[in-house]
Design a protein around this ligand. Structure first.
Ligand code: ATP
Ligand code: MG
Length: 234
């Protein structure tokens, strides 16, 4: 399918390398990565701890720029499009450490992100949509209106997921999004990711250590020794 498509891939990495410079030494984490991500596809990225998965997401989501190479959205380099604009309008990230605003409630975290990114629900108010999303993720109204620091790790993780889902973007990145969840809740999240890709045409890229998650994705990528490879999906 990739060979016949004429539209550019939604996200493309061309010759992407990344080196962190410390005071004494430099660490090259990613080496010359080329990959094209398509809409309507659910990807997982596997790899040992420290292999550069979070680094890869931070470059692909426009939080950082690669030392070498280009990241493009819909055929335009992010540096040309503007990293801020890309992050606001086209990409949402569920961070490994959640990155919630700790002085706010769960609900405020979600509505605030919708305001910043200009996300407008198809029907109703932002608050209604945010409550609906939180409810779908198993957080009732009482929990939704509690300060996020008063929620469990798994509940905070679900607030981070709701916040990303509330921003209607083309690409959803998630860094270990089910790490703190029980099996049933995790399965619900995996189903949501698959629906987003297959029914809403989003590109979903999820970093994980979970085989349960990887086996349910369309394409499984592995990051090892700085190189990204794709597993043959049977
Ligand atoms: N800001 C930074 N400055 C210097 N080195 C960094 C920085 N961030 C990450 N690294 C190093 O880059 C390598 C890759 O880190 P990264 O966080 O991308 O790995 P990861 O695959 O996400 O690991 P994990 O599975 O544990 O989350 C590690 O060796 C890490 O120590
Ligand atoms: Mg990581």
């Amino acid at each position: 399918m990739n060979g016949t498509t004429t539209t550019p891939p939604v996200l493309r990495l061309d010759g992407v390398s990344h080196t962190y410079s410390g005071q004494r030494r430099r660490t090259t984490v990613l080496k010359d990565i080329d990959y094209a991500f398509e809409r309507g596809t659910f990807y997982t990225v596997l790899g040992p701890s420290g292999s550069g998965k979070t680094t890869l997401l931070s470059l692909a989501s426009g939080l950082d720029t690669p030392t070498r190479g280009t990241v493009s959205f819909d055929g335009r380099a992010l540096t040309e499009l503007g990293l801020g604009r890309y992050r606001n309008r086209h990409a949402a990230t569920i961070f490994q450490q959640y990155n919630l605003l700790t002085y706010m409630t769960a609900l405020q975290n979600v509505t605030c992100a919708m305001e910043i990114t200009g996300a407008k629900p198809a029907t109703g108010r932002r608050r209604t949509r945010a409550l609906e999303l939180l409810e779908q993720l198993g957080l009732d109204r009482t929990t939704a209106t509690r300060n996020v620091l008063r929620l469990s790790g798994g509940q905070q993780q679900r607030v981070a997921i709701a916040r990303a889902l509330a921003c209607d973007v083309d690409i959803l990145f998630a860094d270990e999004p089910t790490g703190n969840l029980d099996e049933d809740t995790a399965q619900g999240i995996i189903d949501t990711f698959r629906d987003l890709a297959h029914e809403q045409g989003k590109c979903v890229v999820v970093v994980t250590h979970s085989q349960q998650l990887a086996t349910q994705s369309d394409r499984v990528l592995t990051l090892r020794k700085g190189r990204l490879t794709e597993q043959a999906n049977t």
